[in-house]
Write a protein that binds this ligand. Structure first.
Ligand code: ZN
Ligand code: ZN
Ligand code: FE
Length: 346
């Protein structure tokens, strides 16, 4: 009996509306069964050349694979809950993909050669455009999780894409701020933030011709880094070839900086904030990339605990300008080891 119930539960796959915080929750029963670190059990890494998942592709440098345990899928069933009203559910329609950035099993973005890394950026851009063009996709969420500490189940370098049937709450919140600022000032919020950061200078970590990396004045995580395009663009496909190369450069430098900060490989989340793909006009938005890194010290993790998670109130342990100084020093050191790079630390 219990067994039958569990089997039924594994099949539940839908998105449920949380009316208290007004957001969609993806319920995916089958994801509880995904493998945890197969190589630790002596199993083959699914992303290494020669694995059944990649064998048919021959020689490759960057590949896009379907997520084998997708949170969203085109075959998602009709929602199970029959009641319409407060307990609302929708089909979990969407697409989940994995970008395997390199055939090499170990390492980070900074270990990928600059020209190869540019190809990775191009893949992010192409997938955004391809998935975003589908009528039922309202937002293409591209991100990268690295490290055991944040629950990454496969160690082979990879990023992920969730093509969603709704606009994520955090993006909605940003859009509202950009729109409001534009209405009031006739200017872009992020363009103005970049100007101010440049004027103050003390939180800038690295800069090349087209991008700037800094620890924002209003950072929520101790070693949070934002990467801003200096040009006013809304999504990756808006970037020129030359700009994509410079984005590849700055992503390599930021990850090298993290891995130099405490002389150890650091976990992080990297998220691309781009405009939604519902064909509305988002000319007021300015795309950017955010990095969150869970350590607050060499061996102390910063948790999103009661005050952060329960109230969405963040406390910053330290002072952003001090942490930015540490990151800038780490960046200087990292540049000596990284090989080719295109910019400079201030
Ligand atoms: Zn591998
Ligand atoms: Zn702008
Ligand atoms: Fe953002």
């Amino acid at each position: 009996m219990w067994c039958e119930v569990l089997v039924e539960h594994v099949k539940v796959h839908e998105i449920r509306w949380n009316p208290l915080v007004r957001q969609w929750i993806i319920v995916a029963g089958h994801r509880g069964r995904r493998p945890w670190r197969p190589e630790e059990k002596g199993l083959l890494c699914p992303f290494c050349p020669g694995a059944p998942e990649t064998k048919h592709l021959g020689l490759w440098d960057v590949i896009v694979l379907p997520n084998k345990f997708p949170a969203l899928s085109l075959e998602a069933p009709k929602p199970t809950h029959p009641v319409i009203g407060l307990f609302r559910a929708r089909k979990a329609t969407g697409i989940c993909e994995v970008i395997v950035e390199t055939p090499i099993h170990e390492g980070d973005l900074c270990d990928i050669e600059l020209e190869h890394m540019k190809k990775v950026v191009e893949v992010f851009s192409k997938e955004y455009a391809k998935l975003g063009s589908l009528s039922y996709i309202k937002y293409v969420a591209e991100f990268r999780n690295k490290g055991k500490e944040i629950g990454v189940s496969l160690t082979h370098p990879h990023s992920q894409i969730y093509a969603l049937p709704f606009i994520p709450p955090r993006i909605k919140c940003e859009l509202k701020s950009f729109k409001k600022y534009f209405k009031k000032k006739g200017k872009c919020l992020l363009c103005d933030i970049i100007d101010l950061e440049k004027k103050e200078g003390e939180r800038i970590i690295y800069e090349n011709h087209y991008f700037i990396a800094l620890l924002p004045y209003f950072a929520m995580w101790p070693y949070e880094i934002h990467v801003y395009p200096k040009g006013h663009v809304q999504s990756l496909p808006d970037l020129s070839d030359e700009e994509k190369l410079h984005l590849a450069d700055i992503l390599r430098v930021v990850t090298a900086t993290y891995n130099t900060l405490f002389d150890r490989d650091l976990p992080y989340m990297m998220v691309f904030h781009q405009k939604p793909t519902d064909n509305k006009d988002y000319g007021y938005y300015h795309m950017h990339i955010e990095f969150y890194q869970p350590y607050r010290d060499k061996d102390k993790l910063k948790y999103a605990a009661g005050i952060e998670w329960g109230f969405w109130v963040f406390t910053y342990d330290g002072v952003p300008e001090g942490k930015a100084y540490e990151l800038r020093e780490a960046c200087r050191k990292a540049l000596r080891k990284i090989g080719k790079y295109l910019g400079k630390t201030p």
